[in-house]
Design a protein around this ligand. Structure first.
Ligand code: GCO
Ligand code: MG
Length: 405
């Protein structure tokens, strides 16, 4: 069969926010799509793909997904890192999409078939104060979600990850300018957070799963104190309490609390996850399909996690395209230890560019049954949304010291 790759193209489009996409075409005219978006550093991955990877793809057998992964990872000598792994992730995802289309099967069938009827999803709720947050949580519950991530403001600060004072919506990447500076202070956050979360638990009752993302801001001892203070709230998870590179920091948190811990959205390989999984330091591993080398590699991470009783919960923000979300859903439907999928949605304009087969109903997502991933890209629409430079904010403490964002 004509499975030789005849061309591969990088598409950069900005329907509401920037996305970098990879389109791989075979000699018999099948097209596979991958997502290569790295928020705030998009063009670095576009260049890595265009200048270094695409020339290696043309002429290869599109069906050799694993060999291509190994070739791009081991063959480059310079391994790991977000730029490299997002590029490999895009290729791997596109080849799974192609394989599904060639077989006439949805990708989850190629991964072993469904192990559940639907993928449990969590949505985002945010509000600067309790009233705003309650209204936001209630909207999510009315949409059928039974798992909600809650982010709130902190008296004395103007911006906290996930919510800005006076802002109607939350989108961290600012377009067309350098990074915004957000002031951070640990003490007021630690004073405020347990009460803010307890008030939401009182509002929703025991049956709703509540999640919270600290976004790497705390020192180890601060994180331990927070995890201990919020124990009675019975969170589904507390995410990214400390900077993700410092694996030992989580040992201190573990020693002091049984609050479930999630981390790993910035991890790019199984090697970043290994120590945390083997030491039993976490409960959920957040590596994303795009950023951690594609479906092949994230499946491998999930398998290692399973050995240690850890469940996978791949990152699914709006800054990864619907192609990443679709891939994540095929993985989640077919992988025993995937626990939940983040479902943040996408900007309205994105729906003009991406046609998706996945569906949401009553708190659950399903990838759909179209061959491949079930996402098609309208290239004419994509051209209407040219790239615009955008940056994530940078955090500084109140005395001006750069901090973790
Ligand atoms: C999440 C994440 C995101 C990140 C964003 C950075 O849990 O969804 O923390 O909101 O901030 O993806 O690019
Ligand atoms: Mg997060």
């Amino acid at each position: 069969m004509g499975s030789m790759i005849s061309s591969a193209d990088v598409v950069v489009t900005s329907p509401g926010r920037n996305y970098v996409l990879l389109r791989v075409t075979t000699e018999d005219g099948l097209v596979g799509w991958g997502d290569a978006t790295l928020n705030g550093r998009e063009l670095a991955v576009a260049s890595y793909l265009r200048d270094h990877v695409v020339p290696l793809l043309v002429g290869r057998d599109a069906h050799r997904v694993e060999d291509t992964w190994q070739y791009l990872y081991r063959g480059a000598y310079w391994r790991r890192g977000p730029v490299t792994m997002a590029a490999i992730g895009a290729v791997d995802t596109a080849l799974w999409d192609l394989k599904g289309k060639a077989a006439g099967l949805p990708v989850y069938q190629l991964l072993g078939g469904a192990v559940r009827e639907g993928v449990y999803a969590y949505a985002h709720a945010f509000g600067w104060d309790h009233g705003e947050l309650v209204a936001s949580v209630d909207r999510r519950l009315a949409e059928g979600f039974r798992a909600v991530r809650v982010q709130f403001g902190v008296p004395g600060l103007d911006a906290v990850y996930g919510v800005h004072l006076g802002a109607a919506a939350y989108e961290p990447a600012g377009r067309g300018r350098g990074p915004l500076v957000e002031r951070w202070a640990g003490a007021p956050y630690l004073r405020h957070a347990p009460g803010a979360l307890a008030a939401i638990r009182d509002h929703v009752g025991p049956d709703v799963d509540l999640l919270h993302d600290v976004h790497h801001r705390l020192t180890p001892v601060e994180a331990a104190r927070l995890a201990k203070d919020v124990e009675p709230i019975r969170l589904f998870w507390l995410e990214d309490v400390t900077p993700a590179e410092n694996h030992h920091a989580l040992d201190l948190v573990r020693q002091h609390s049984t609050t479930p811990l999630a981390i790993g959205e910035t991890f790019t390989t199984i090697w970043d996850c290994q120590e945390l999984l083997v030491r039993g330091s976490i409960d959920y591993i957040r590596a994303a399909v795009t950023h951690a080398g594609g479906l092949s590699h994230v499946r491998r991470i999930a398998d290692l996690a399973a050995l240690h009783g850890v469940r996978a919960a791949p990152h699914g923000p709006s800054d990864l395209s619907p192609i990443n979300l679709a891939a994540s859903l095929h993985l989640a439907l077919s992988t025993h230890n995937v626990a939940i999928q983040e479902y943040m949605g996408h900007p309205g304009e994105a729906h003009e560019v991406f046609r998706t087969a996945y569906t949401y109903a009553d708190g659950y997502l399903h990838p759909g049954d179209e061959p491949g991933l079930g996402v098609e890209v309208d290239l004419v629409a994509a051209e209407r949304f040219p790239y615009e430079p955008a940056y994530l904010p940078v955090a500084r403490t109140v005395d001006g010291t750069v901090w973790d964002w």
